[in-house]
Ligand binder design. Sequence first.
Ligand SMILES: [Zn+2]
Length: 138
Amino acid sequence: MEDPVIALVRFLVIKRLAGNSSMLMAVKEYFVDGVSPSSISYKYKVSKFRVRGYIQRVTEKTRNSYLASSIIKQVFPLILEIEPAVIKVNEKYVCLLCDQSFNNEITVENHLRRKHEEHINKAIKEVLESVKELSTSS
Ligand SMILES: [Zn+2]
């Protein structure tokens, strides 16, 4: 099994690069702030089903929600420092790395995984290095 920290950072980095801020906030609010899935669903106007899906995927990566919460708390500010690679323009998503445009978020994430693996890995590496610095300096 993949290291839970790397797996979770990868998940969050891809969301951030894809410009999917609402799901990033949803995951943080559930695991760190203890907000309920129904409040999150109302706040970000996404279905409760989708919110639960994301929560489940995060929990699967770390096997328990306590670990997920502690990892997210540490890496979240670092994730927000990453420059999104995709912006939304007139209901379309445009990849700033190669100028391609897409109709939905899911295609965007698949595109990033397929075409910009190096970019993803570089961002993950930067986050993990900063986490190491954080834990040794305290
Ligand atoms: Zn691209």
